[in-house]
Write a protein that binds this ligand. Structure first.
Ligand code: PNS
Length: 180
């Protein structure tokens, strides 16, 4: 009997990733438990004004996963289902943080299914501690002087500090009163 194919399953995890957060990382790690490879695919969307350029977003994900060859990074434009077919993926992963995410994700999934019934969408729930984390809130909190150390990978925090010209919290002298 033929052995089942090994090391071949590929899932696409699409998004804006502006920037990648620990919530995204949680979903990638869950994806790796099921699929051999997870490819984060950043949408090139000329209509959005991102904080980080496409190249920077690619680099931040590459740096975050420099020791994990099963995580790949790519960009795409056009229809997601067409991109999935092009790279040989049959599964799209999307994270669902709360019921409020569900309606849009449900609509998108059914539309993608209509466009290409051979591509399946898998919803994954992040750990509860990430259920309220979004790229938009991370940027807002950082801009307003809040700490994002527990919300994004260190490379992203460092880049946020560079963009806004603020020192890394770990580089700052400790507050003798222990305030954060
Ligand atoms: O991180 P986001 O912004 O929630 O990701 C949204 C994304 C990139 C998954 C979605 O906008 C997308 O798939 N766009 C590609 C264009 C497309 O296929 N549109 C039809 C979807 S039904």
């Amino acid at each position: 009997m033929d052995k089942p194919e090994q090391g071949r399953s590929l899932a696409v995890f699409p998004g804006s990733f502006d920037p990648i957060t620990n919530g995204h990382l949680d979903i990638v790690e869950r994806g790796l438990r099921i699929f051999d490879r997870v490819r984060t695919a950043i949408l090139i969307n000329p209509e959005k004004k991102p904080l980080f350029s496409i190249d920077e977003r690619v680099r931040l994900i590459q740096d975050t996963y420099s020791h994990e060859p099963r995580v790949e990074v790519d960009t795409f434009s056009g229809l997601l289902v067409d991109y999935a077919v092009k790279v040989g993926a049959t599964v799209i992963i999307r994270g669902i943080r709360a019921i409020s995410d569900f309606e849009f994700e449900f609509q998108m999934t059914l539309m993608n299914r209509r466009l290409n019934p051979s591509i399946e969408t898998v919803f994954m729930m992040p750990a509860e501690s990430y259920s309220y984390v979004s790229s938009r809130l991370v940027k807002e909190i950082f801009q307003l002087g809040g700490r994002v150390s527990d919300l994004v990978p260190p490379v992203v925090e460092r880049r946020l500090c560079e963009v806004y010209g603020t020192p890394m919290p770990s580089d700052q002298p400790e507050d003798p009163q222990g305030n954060q």
